[in-house]
Design a protein around this ligand. Structure first.
Ligand SMILES: [Zn+2]
Length: 133
């Protein structure tokens, strides 16, 4: 089976909410920074007043690579896209872009989140917002 994350105390709630089908971003109540990965202290001002806010699930490709030889669990998927997605709320999230033709991926390609069930967990991946073929 494809791997799933092993949450830390800082990321447990974020992954639990993904398991419930909700993508969130961390938000600092002191300086308003929105960030990922989630952690208990704001990476900018150091405040511990951090909460998770619902995210729209929409974003765009900031950067990507096409992997032609994945590790065993992903070997059958190759070639597949690993991307940094700039969420509408601001933070970057690394994930896969699920797409038949990796050659159509480009910077700023609009994408939206989808949740894949893997055992007892869910994983966030992205699909193009509009049909690309
Ligand atoms: Zn802050």
């Amino acid at each position: 089976m494809k791997p799933v994350a092993s949450p830390t105390p800082d990321t447990q709630e974020w992954f639990d909410r993904i398991d419930a089908g909700e993508l969130t971003v961390a938000h600092c109540r002191s300086c308003a920074l929105r960030f990922l990965y989630p952690r208990m202290c704001c990476p900018d001002c150091g405040s511990r007043s951090v909460e998770l806010l619902p995210a729209s699930g929409r974003g765009s490709v900031a950067s990507w690579v096409v992997n032609h030889r994945g590790p065993e669990a992903f070997a059958k998927e190759a070639p597949y896209v690993i991307a940094l997605v700039r969420l509408e709320e601001g933070p970057l999230l690394m994930s896969n872009i699920l797409i038949d033709d990796p050659d159509v991926v480009s910077v700023d390609l609009p994408v939206r989140a989808e949740f894949e069930q893997r055992g007892e967990r869910r994983v966030v991946q992205f699909v193009p917002e509009v049909e690309t073929t």
